[in-house]
Write a protein that binds this ligand. Sequence first.
Ligand SMILES: [Zn+2]
Length: 459
Amino acid sequence: MDFDTLLSNGATLAPEVLLTPEGTKRGMAVKFDGSRIVGLGPLGDFPDATLLPGRAIVPGMVDAHTHVGQIFGKALIGGEPAQIWRRIWHPMERDMDEEQSYLSAKWAFWEALRGGCTKVVNYGLNNITKNAGVHRAALETGIRLVSACGLDEFSGEIGTGHGNKSWLEIKDVILAHIDHCDGQEVIKPSVCCSSFMGNTPETLAKLSSLCADKGILLQIHSNEHFPEVHECILRYGMRPTELLHPHGVLGPHVLLHHTTLVSEVEIELIVETDTATTYNPLASVWKGNAVAPALRFAQRGVRFGIGSDTTSADGFKNLMAAEACQRIEHGLPVADFSCGAAWTWVNASTSQGAEATGAAGDHGALAIGQAADFIILDMMAPECLPSHDFEWELVRYYNRDQIDAVVINGRLCMSRGEPIGWDTEDLRRDAMAVSTKITSAPDIVRCHGPSHLYRPSRD
Ligand SMILES: [Zn+2]
């Protein structure tokens, strides 16, 4: 099957399965023209549709939280205790230049496309120079990007040297970032900050109101690790999300990352303010303290997406971890075998994930008027047959080698694992040449060392 021809403008496709906002549908066709879905309905209404037997079309997955500047260090974290940002990420990312940022981001986008992700929400304390590299990588690969602009008021050395700047200076940085993203259909601006650990509540309040005003996403790392929660209570007498609420920081334009250690009171504050969150199950397993109460979020109507947090950008691996972590945490102890059922995690990974990260009806679902962001899956692998319950199959049996095509904003970005329009060998050569320099920044500290040190001696 030649996807390049198949997916040319005005294509109408009739797969065996189409995953719509109403669930799994058979006998349907979807038509897209340019960047948009312009028709969707029963196959009989589309006599010219190209039949795709044995194929499923599902919305692209959204990586709702990752750090594209950290990709070359992803394998440094095995066995490391939480709060890795202090010991590995800050020293590693701090001095990256435009070219290094470009190579790191392009590598991250390559992994994301291979993993079935059509949208990546980047978190980084980035200045315009780093973002010039990140944006170039996004435009070359075609991935949909929520771009990061970073602020850290107290720690001037972090990221971009915004430290100790006046509010007017901080505001100028944000406005310049918004300008930098202007006119790019698949790149949207956002502001990133840690909660009280990097900014005063007053600054956070100003950031929130500016982001609301400009209609952009404010990303805040919140309630992730024990030391952070303890420090907030010691400093302010409140937990991190409790602190954000009275200062007016929370709201529908805010995306709280991790929220693993949230109390019932904090969950209700998130509900009351329609704040969105990200659930990062693999990050919890690989480098966290706890698992976010995502099942509770789902029950309370919290909009949440699933993030990789630079663990593995494989959307299917994250989907399986999302269900498995909730099952272990909440399902097993009470014999809840459904545990949110598959659709909760599929939604969080696709349409709800897009919505939580600022899509606002623009993309993320297979529906008329939405952007054509989707993946075509081969349903014929033995692991996926016979098919009885497609959403459970997506969560448990599908694998990234079944992704036939990745389409973003109507553009074919990957066909059978190979990116379209750029050369992977060039990237591999250039990226490997700089990755050692990036991952050997002098102040990187690995507490636990590599795995082989912990093998028992045979003497
Ligand atoms: Zn993170």
